[in-house]
Design a protein around this ligand. Sequence first.
Ligand code: 13P
Length: 250
Amino acid sequence: MNRKQLVVGNWKMNGSLSDNEALLVGLSAADDLSGLDVSVCVPYLYLAQTREHLAAGNISWGGQNVSEHDAGAYTGEISGSMLADFEVSFGLVGHSERRSFYAETNELVGIKARKLLSVGITPIVCVGETLKQREAEETFGIISAQLEAVIEQIGLENLGRLVLAYEPVWAIGTGLTASPEQAQEVHEYLREQVALLDEAAASSLRILYGGSVKPDNAEKLFRQADVDGGLIGGASLNLIDFLTICRLAI
Ligand code: 13P
């Protein structure tokens, strides 16, 4: 298997025009990241600024959400075609913060993934269990249901167009990280689930790990056979940390 690693920064609801400037200038100046795909998912308002800085280089950019509707009377929402206008490569769907704070269901996440694909944007589908679910040994059941709902919406023919991100809810922003072994176990399971449906899609599928990835724990996580990169929250807001994490994935 020769899957190129992908490291994606998720800025969440952070940033300002002036703070972003330094981050984007620093990212676009990094010239040693070939052999790796790097992307940053930024708040919608900063897509134009991000595109301006990154368009000439190899770092791509993405959105953090998308509407389940195509257009119309949905005040405050952003459609897939609007994201496509800003040439985004990726869109996050199913992030645990969207699932828990905005009551996004598995079905809605699947619809959003479908909307992104319909405009040529790669969905990064986030799945993950809560601590309670892990302790009740429900991890595999939970993430299978999350994945199945997406496949139901996008169809088997589009399995090869997804990126998956395993983000255990208990590890997000908590400083607790899944151990490399825990991450590998779930990633392997996810790949096996996809392989049951489409072996070719499974072997090229990129499965990112997210949840308190930092410069001091990234290397061991990235060395796991089924960990194909990272989805980085807090550490993506610090240029040095994010670039260090990226370099550990090469
Ligand atoms: P942290 O890296 O801050 O734990 O966030 C992970 C995450 O949610 C990325 O999408």
